[in-house]
Design a protein around this ligand. Structure first.
Ligand SMILES: [Fe+2]
Ligand SMILES: [Fe+2]
Length: 252
C-alpha cells in the first residue's frame, strides 16, 4: 500500500493556496486531505495537516509563508488529518490563535493547549480576521460534533471541513460527474455512516444553507478545490445520501 503523500501547494482561488496531501484508502482509491492558507493582512491557516505528514506539511507551508506571520489557525475539527502539525505550529507560529467551537476548545484543552491561544466561535457568528470578514458555518454533514467551517462571502469561498469529500480512483484535480457522486458516496459511507438515517427533507434544508451562501469555490478537506460547481456538489451529496439509504431500504 502506498503511504500518505504530501504534494506541492497550489492556488485554489485568489489569495488562497491549497496544501494538498493524498491518503490511500485500501481497495478503494485515494482521498485528498487538504489544508488551506488564506494570505491576507492577518494570514489564516485552515487546518493543520495530517499527523503522519507533519514534517512535510510544515515544509510545504514554509514555501508559502514564514509560519511566524500566521495570525489565525482555523481548526475545522480535531481529527488527526486536520491537526497533524498543530504541535509544531504552536511553536513556529507564536502569534497565531486557534479558532474552534466550545467543544473543540475543550478537546484542545485536554491536549494541553493554553486557553489564551483559543478563540471560540459557534455557527452563525461573524468574525473580522484582519481585513477579512468570515462567518462560521456548520457544514451539511460532518464526522465530529465540534466541526465548524467558514464562509468568506465577499470572496465567494466556503471551507466546509469533511463535507463533499470523495474517494477518487487516483490523484486528480477534476472528477467527472459520475465519479464524483460515486466517490462521495464511498466517503460518506465510511466517514458519516449516519447520513443514510437522516430524514432527506432535513438533509435538503442543510444543503439549502450551502446553496444560499452560493460559494464560487467550495474548499473541502477531502476533495480537490471545486470552482463553479456548487450545484453539482449539492446534487452529488443528494445522490450519496440516497446511496447510503439504499441498503436499509432493500433490507426492510
Ligand atoms: Fe473528520
Ligand atoms: Fe477529515
Amino acid at each position: 500500500m502506498q503511504p500518505p503523500q504530501m504534494h506541492a501547494p497550489f492556488e485554489a482561488a485568489d489569495g488562497v493556496a491549497v496544501l494538498p496531501a493524498w491518503l490511500p484508502v485500501p481497495g478503494m482509491g485515494v482521498l485528498p486531505a487538504n489544508a488551506f492558507l488564506i494570505e491576507d493582512r492577518e494570514p489564516i491557516l485552515v487546518d493543520a495537516g495530517v499527523g503522519v505528514l507533519a514534517e512535510p506539511f510544515v515544509a510545504a507551508l514554509r514555501t508559502l509563508i514564514a509560519p511566524e506571520r500566521l495570525r489565525w489557525i482555523w481548526l475545522t475539527h480535531m481529527d488527526p488529518d486536520h491537526t497533524g502539525a498543530l504541535g509544531e505550529l504552536l511553536s513556529a507560529a507564536p502569534e497565531a490563535r486557534l479558532v474552534t467551537t466550545f467543544l473543540g476548545a475543550g478537546k484542545l484543552g485536554l491536549s494541553g493547549v493554553s486557553p489564551e491561544r483559543i478563540q471560540v466561535v459557534e455557527a452563525g457568528e461573524t468574525l473580522a480576521l484582519g481585513a477579512r470578514t468570515v462567518t462560521a458555518v456548520r457544514p451539511p454533514y460532518f464526522d465530529a460534533p465540534e466541526t465548524i467551517g467558514l464562509a468568506d462571502r465577499d470572496n465567494g469561498l466556503l471551507f466546509c471541513a469533511d463535507a463533499f469529500g470523495a474517494v477518487a480512483a487516483a490523484p486528480a484535480d477534476s472528477l467527472g460527474e459520475a465519479a464524483l457522486a460515486q466517490g462521495m458516496a464511498v466517503w460518506a459511507r465510511l466517514d458519516t455512516p449516519w447520513l443514510g438515517d437522516l430524514d432527506p427533507a432535513r438533509f435538503e434544508r442543510a444543503l439549502a444553507q450551502v446553496a444560499e451562501l452560493s460559494p464560487r469555490t467550495v474548499l473541502s478537506a477531502h476533495l480537490p478545490p471545486a470552482r463553479d460547481m456548487t450545484a453539482a456538489l449539492l446534487e452529488a451529496a443528494r445522490t450519496a445520501q440516497q446511496a447510503s439509504r439504499a441498503p436499509r431500504a432493500a433490507a426492510a
